[in-house]
Structure formats: C-alpha cells, structure tokens
Design a protein around this ligand. Structure first.
Ligand code: PLP
Length: 380
C-alpha cells in the first residue's frame, strides 16, 4: 500500500451496510430474537417487524405485500423463479446470454434456450422472438447487467413474451438495477422480480422475490412452510428488517444519488479513457445504470491490473464477482463479441451511495499509470 486510503469501487459485488440497516437489525438480534412462527408475545412482535419489512419491500418493488417472498439472496431468488416455475409446469426455459450465472446455469441445466445480445450488450429482440413459442414457460431477462451496467428493454421483452409465448411468465433479475432504477415502475411488466439486499446497503444472505398473484411456483426448500410454502426455513428476521431499512434509504435518496454518482462515474470513465491510449468502454454510456463504468485495455491481464490497483488502495473487479476469485473469461463480453485479448483486460469500476469525489481522484491517479506499467512490462 502506498497510502492508507481505500477507494472502494466494487459496489456491484457488494456494498457497505448502511447505518439505518444496522439500527434496524440490532434489536432483532438482541431483543426480538424469537422464532417468528411462535405463539408468544416476542414471536408476535418479531413477526410484526417482518410484516412491516414486507410492506416496505412491496412498495419498493411495486407489488402487493402478499406477493413478496423473502429469500436468502439474489441467487436463491433467481433459482426459485426459473427452477420453481419449471418444476411446476415443465416446458422450456429461456434467458439472455448475459444473465448472471444464477439464471444462466439453471436455464442451461434445464436444457433451455439462450438468447443472443448485440455488440453493446442489449438483448437481441429478433433472436428472442425466434426462441419463443407455446412450449416456453419462463423467460428470464435481467433489468441491468452486473458487468457492463447496460439496462435491458424489459417492456419490449414483455411484449414479445405476451405475443409469442402465451404460457410463459417473465422473470427479471433486478439485483443490479435496484440502487439505480425505479424497479416498481420499470419492472411492472414482470411476473417475478428478484433483488438482493447486499447490493443496496443491506446485509448479505437476504433478498426478495416478487411472485405475482396467480403465478404458480414450486418451492426449492421444503420444511416448515414459511413464506406461503415457497421458502421454508426460519426467517432471517434481522436480515429482512435490515434489507427493508436499506430499501427505504434507496427510495428516499435514489433520485439524488443517481445524479451525483452519474457525474462521478462520467468523470472517472472519461478520465481513464482520456489518459489511457486504446482504452475501450463497453456498451453505451447512455444505456447504463449510473454507478457503472466498465472498460477494457488491450495488452494487459485484468488480474495483474487488479493486483496493482489493490496495492495502491483501489478495489475493483474485472467481471462479475461470483466466480470464487478466479478470473474466468467473461461470458458477457464473449456474448457481445469481444475477443479474448480485449476481454482479458477488462476492469469494472462500480460506484455506490458512499462513493466520494476523493475515491474517484484516487482511482484516476492510479489507473493510467498501472496500465502503462503493465504494458511496458509486457514489451520486455
Ligand atoms: N444477479 C445479479 C445480477 C448479481 O449481480 C448477483 C450478484 O453478484 C446475483 C444475482 C447474486 O446475488 P447474491 O449474491 O445475493 O446471491
């Protein structure tokens, strides 16, 4: 480390817990620690906190409270949507090629169809139309991509599904969208919506899946029958309360944060693009969520770049965060047509509600020099 300051630019991987979430969670660990399914007063009080959180999440996601299913995070919500639907009605599952592995793997495992994207990372609606039919029972297209930040045209996807796959429900993974977009409106066309608390200032290991009335799903976890039988297991009451508190912060401050952080993101991306010859920005800036900057540098390896950045206190990532640290080639960049040389030098800088001007200054002071050093080294 050359300085003690840390510039944390990996918020798409996970965010710091906001103080409102901490405050909401502590009483549920210390005072209301009963199992919420119990009959006594403490259990009833705990249950009430879960019901309050359900109301908040319903408002945040544009659903009825009774349509919220609390889950163990984004991966579980995605699996419950895709696999749970398939277990109920069978048929063919469909998703885009840039989905998170939590959707892509279940779809591939079930022998489903994967739809192409264009060069900027937006789903190809013609290819989608070709994949649809009476045999399709679930279509899953994310609202915003976790690597490029590109927002997907969900309304058009929904229109295509209603027109050409009458037996299908539409699921959207809104895990990366929620901090930046009004999911209640933008995902109103979806039958199933998943979010994850740790991507928006809440705790890890908790999330929510909207399951609209009338959509039949089979549970993945069987047991005590919690969450209308869709998710057995003792409620993570503190986590659920923490998620709702963080969601309230998002609802209150999102509009302002989007403007502030889009400005910081633009300064960061433009600064790097201006200072590093041959740097390429993936996707299209105007189509991205506000906190996302994703760049590729030819002639370097992401892993080596991340190492140098970390040494200078800048924490970022290359692609998605979920491959146990291994820098696998990005399936998202491959689907967009990037060759391995360029994709191998990708850098994801993702801002969050606690990102400051100083974080951007630090990143701008470090990244161009680090890329130059690696290119110089590569020549030798
Ligand atoms: N979906 C997307 C788009 C994500 O970015 C992630 C996490 O990286 C997930 C799902 C998985 O969420 P979780 O970490 O809560 O399982």
């Amino acid at each position: 480390m050359t300085s003690g300051a840390i510039s944390y630019l990996d918020n798409a991987a996970s965010t710091p817990l906001c103080s409102e979430a901490v405050e909401a969670m502590v009483p549920l660990h210390r005072e209301l620690y009963a199992n919420p399914t119990g009959a006594h007063r403490m259990a009833r009080d705990t249950r009430r906190r879960i019901d309050d959180a359900r109301d908040v999440m319903a408002e945040a996601l544009g659903s009825k409270p009774g349509e919220i299913v609390f889950t163990g995070g984004g991966t579980e919500g995605d699996n419950l949507a895709v696999v749970g639907r398939h277990m109920t009605v069978g048929g063919v599952t469909v998703c885009s090629a840039i989905e998170h592995h939590a959707v892509l793997e279940p779809v591939e495992h079930l022998g489903g169809r994967v739809v192409a994207v264009d060069a900027v990372g937006v789903i190809d609606l013609d290819d989608l139309a070709a994949a649809l039919g009476d045999d399709v029972t679930v279509v899953s297209v994310m609202l915003a991509n976790n690597e490029t930040g590109m927002v997907q045209p969900l309304d058009q996807v929904a229109e295509a599904v209603r027109a050409s796959a009458p037996n299908a429900v539409l699921h959207t993974d809104a895990v990366q969208a929620f901090p930046w977009m009004d999911v209640a409106t933008q995902a109103a066309c979806a039958d199933l919506i998943s979010v994850s608390a740790h991507k928006f200032g809440g705790p890890k290991g908790v999330g929510a899946l909207v399951v609209r009335d009338g959509v039949e799903l089979s549970p993945l976890l069987l047991g005590g029958g919690q969450e209308r039988g869709l998710r057995s297991g003792t409620h993570n009451a503190a986590g659920i309360a923490g998620m709702a508190a963080a969601a309230e912060v998002v609802l209150k401050s999102r509009a302002e944060q989007v403007v502030r952080l889009a400005g910081l993101r633009d300064r960061l991306a433009d600064g790097v693009l201006g200072a590093v010859e041959g740097a390429v920005e993936t996707g299209e800036r105007s189509g991205k969520v506000a906190g996302s900057a994703h760049l590729c540098f030819e002639g370097i390896e992401s892993e080596a770049l991340l190492f140098l950045l970390e040494d200078a206190g800048v924490y970022a990532s290359a692609a998605s965060s979920c491959s146990s640290g291994a820098q696998d080639p990005s399936h998202v960049l491959a689907a967009m047509g990037y060759d391995r040389m360029l994709a191998g030098g990708s850098l994801r800088l993702s801002l969050g509600y606690e990102t400051t001007d100083a974080d951007i200054d630090q990143a701008l002071a470090v990244i161009p020099g680090a890329v130059a050093r690696l290119r110089e080294y590569g020549k030798g």
